[in-house]
Design a protein around this ligand. Structure first.
Ligand code: C2E
Ligand code: MG
Ligand code: MG
Length: 729
């Protein structure tokens, strides 16, 4: 019996021992206390938790072993689980913090009140270390908060759509960017806000994303802002229907309105002129190319290009300054606009050049009518600052035909026609003809040849006598240039001086003339001394006159050749002087101070302000031959010549009549008191050899009457002296 009991006890001990071991390895710490809180039993996990040996734990006060905290504060004894379990006699559980060395642990403590075999009330505490779980939860909460904050503060808009486009979620940034609150958007269909023109492409991308989960898709579209305006958006669509945390189409959207505006501005700048805002050369060429293509496909479709060049813009720009020049261009642009029909293109081509593309015209007449309207629009004066300005335009017209299929060629033809209009007197329009093209090519060749002509010594000077109408003696010569072109023969200055002027070749040519004439006259003065000494007149062109160092160049030539400045006369046309009258006065004064006399050439053909005439230090007026020509036929012209002579005398100037061809003209001019004369009546321009015979013979040009060139000069010289005007062009 005793043996059985011993056996049973031994078995019980073994079982208790096993249970002790088992309770020691489970994760929860367990402690049993009496009603005073003294620990009666604990498992090994508890001992480890409080970092004590078993013998230190047993009978120890649990309140001391397990000082707990909540939200960083040590909890008071009264609310310690021990007191709660004993006072309230209720089971419960709560989470506490517990400091273990440097570590802060989170403990989930469950307690139970135990009444064991009528003994005093005890308490059992089961303590679960949930620090790891807590930390993970905390990290998760932080991550979620970060994510939420990112979404809420993101400059991008994030929304989640149902497969039918209804908004499930929209981030707060929608309100900032599009004006709609997320609650307003909730349940609305996103596609209802998209611009009708963009809905299809947006839907297409959305459908693609629905079908393909492996990619993200991008699309640009316009979205209606709450204020009614359209914003450009760029969205990336990801299919997250299968993602349990989303279950929708995730749309990440960025506002690209500003980028689009800048892009549009750049595009506009690339195709428009910054000053006038009109289409520029690039846009015009693009439209012209399209018109050419259209014309190829549609037999009855016709278009025309008008090339417009202002006639006096450079003068205005140089004299009034660029600001007023720009203002003039702006006003011209606004006057040209009403001349067009919808669909036509007015472009600013460059500087003072405008181009118009007329589309769908009937014939050339339509284009001519537009050109007439333009001329009429430009006719009234422009008010710039306090100045009243008049301007005209030369217009070249080309009507598109199927033979010319390159936009560049069409434009070149319009340009050529415009140059023709300029050459024919400006302020007019010319329609392009094929022969103009040939002429333009010839001109180009001429330009090239001109540059080489000086070094190839192809220029020569002719000399035309200027005769004193009072004494009949030779007053001097006017030096007139000729170009002996190796292929084209003798070319008149009328034909090449304007080109040389335009290309700048006039500067070396002018210098050559000055030097050559100065050397020649010096030689003649030595060979044929006279009193007063023989003088030489030289023509100065606009570009030469505009050179800042003109007077220096002249003084150099005078110094090098030894020519007395009193023997040199410079001829300038009135238009050269009037182009910048104030400036001209100063330059003329400078030249006059060198003892060089100044003549006003071709008087009456240009635009002279009489108020200025007296300010120019001009010695002599040369009345243009067009007046002398008409003198005997027309009494009115005679009256004008008389007025000019009187005016000149009143201003203290002498007068030379140009182009005297008949004895009647000579008599009349003498009667009117004209001091000097020049013309075929005396002699045409002749080469140096013939001029020398005049000097040698010392003839009186009035008493010996008209000279017969056939007697006066060799055969070859005769051919060279009388050049028909515009022999080349
Ligand atoms: P311009 O200075 O008025 O020269 C007078 C022009 O009238 C010359 O023409 C002369 O040959 C012509 N002429 C003279 N008497 C008569 C006449 O009785 N009847 C007719 N029908 N014509 C007459 P040219 O030599 O052809 O020169 C034309 C223009 O070319 C000159 O007009 C001048 O403006 C310019 N020019 C000539 N040589 C030079 C030069 O060396 N430099 C510059 N810058 N221009 C020049
Ligand atoms: Mg002259
Ligand atoms: Mg003249």
């Amino acid at each position: 019996m005793t043996g059985n009991l011993d056996n049973l006890l031994s078995q019980l001990r073994t079982t208790l021992g096993k249970m002790e071991v088992a309770l020691g390895v489970i994760g929860e710490a367990i402690a049993w206390t009496d009603s005073e809180g003294k620990i009666q039993w604990s498992n090994a996990t508890f001992d480890r938790l409080v970092e004590r040996q078993r013998f230190q734990v047993l009978a120890a006060d649990i309140l001391e072993l397990l000082p707990l905290q909540q939200q960083g504060r040590t909890i008071a004894r009264e609310v310690h689980p021990l007191n709660r379990v004993l006072n309230e006699q209720k089971d419960g559980s709560d989470i506490y913090e517990y400091k273990q060395g440097d570590r802060q642990l989170f403990l989930e403590i469950s307690w139970a009140c135990v009444q064991f075999k009528q003994q005093q009330t005890s308490a059992v505490f089961v303590i679960h270390d949930i620090t790891k779980r807590k930390r993970t939860e905390e990290l998760l909460a932080i991550a979620e908060a970060k994510f939420r904050s990112l979404i809420q503060n993101s400059s991008d808009m994030i929304c989640i759509l149902e497969p039918d486009g209804v908004m499930q979620y929209s981030s707060p940034s929608h309100e900032r960017i599009l004006g709609y609150s997320p609650s307003y958007l909730m349940g609305k269909n996103a596609f209802d806000f998209i611009h009708p023109e963009d809905v299809n492409s947006a839907l297409h991308v959305f459908t693609q994303a629905m079908q393909d989960t492996s990619n993200t898709w991008s699309v640009e579209f316009r979205f209606r802002h709450q204020d009614g305006s359209w914003r450009y958006l760029e969205s990336t669509v990801s299919n997250l229907l299968a993602d349990p945390s989303v279950r929708g189409m995730a749309i990440n959207t960025r506002d690209i309105t500003e980028r689009k505006r800048v892009e549009a501005q750049l595009l506009h700048n690339a195709f428009h002129d910054p000053l006038t805002g009109l289409p520029n050369r690039a846009l015009l060429m693009d439209r012209l190319r399209r018109a050419v293509e259209h014309a190829k496909r549609h037999e009855n479709y016709q278009f025309a290009v008008l090339f417009i060049d202002l006639d006096r813009f450079k003068v205005i720009n140089d004299s009034l300054g660029h600001t007023l020049g720009d203002q003039l261009l702006l006003e011209i642009a606004s006057r040209l606009k009403p001349c067009l029909r919808p669909g036509d293109t007015l472009a600013r081509f460059s500087g003072d050049e405008f181009t118009i593309l007329l589309e769908g015209i009937k014939d050339t007449n339509d284009a001519m009518q537009v050109a007439d309207r333009i001329q009429a629009q430009l006719r009234p004066s422009f008010e710039l600052g306090r100045q009243e300005i008049f301007t005209t335009a030369s217009i070249g017209i080309v009507v598109g035909d199927t033979e010319c299929d390159r936009a560049e060629d069409i434009l070149r033809h319009a340009d050529i026609a415009m140059y023709r209009a300029k050459a024919l007197g400006k302020a007019r329009c010319e329609v392009f003809k094929v022969n103009m093209h040939n002429r333009a090519i010839a001109l180009l060749q001429l330009e090239t040849d001109l540059h080489l002509a000086i070094e190839r010594e192809e220029f020569c000077l002719y000399y035309q006598p200027i005769v004193s109408l009072t004494t009949g003696w030779l007053n001097g010569f006017e030096a007139l240039i000729r170009w002996r072109h190796p292929q084209k023969g003798l070319i008149s200055p009328v034909d090449f001086i304007p080109i040389a002027e335009e290309t700048g070749a006039i500067i070396p040519i002018g210098n050559w003339v000055l030097r050559q004439a100065a050397e020649q006259i010096c030689q003649w003065q030595k060979q044929f001394p006279s009193h007063p000494p023989l003088s030489i007149s030289i023509n100065i062109s606009a570009k030469q006159f505009a050179q800042p160092d003109l007077s220096y160049q002249i003084s150099q030539v005078l110094q090098e050749t030894g020519l007395d400045p009193n023997s040199l006369k410079l001829e300038l046309t009135e238009s050269i002087l009037m182009e910048n009258a104030e400036c001209s006065v100063a330059i003329l004064e400078q030249i006059k101070a060198m003892n060089i006399q100044l003549y006003m050439d071709d008087f009456g053909t240009g635009y002279s302000s009489l108020s200025y005439l007296h300010r120019f230090p001009i010695e002599r007026l040369k009345i243009d031959r067009s007046f002398i020509n008409l003198m005997e036929l027309d009494n009115e012209t005679s009256a004008i010549v008389q007025t000019i002579i009187t005016l000149a005398h009143n201003l203290g100037m002498q007068v030379t009549a140009e182009g005297i061809e008949k004895v009647e003209q000579l008599h009349k001019l003498k009667k009117l008191g004209c001091e000097y004369g020049q013309g075929y009546f005396f002699s045409p321009p002749v080469d140096a050899t013939v001029a020398e015979t005049f000097l040698f013979n010392k003839r009186n040009w009035l008493s010996s009457g008209r000279i017969d060139p056939a007697i006066a000069m060799p055969k070859t010289a005769q051919n060279l002296c009388k050049l028909p005007k515009s022999s080349y062009l």
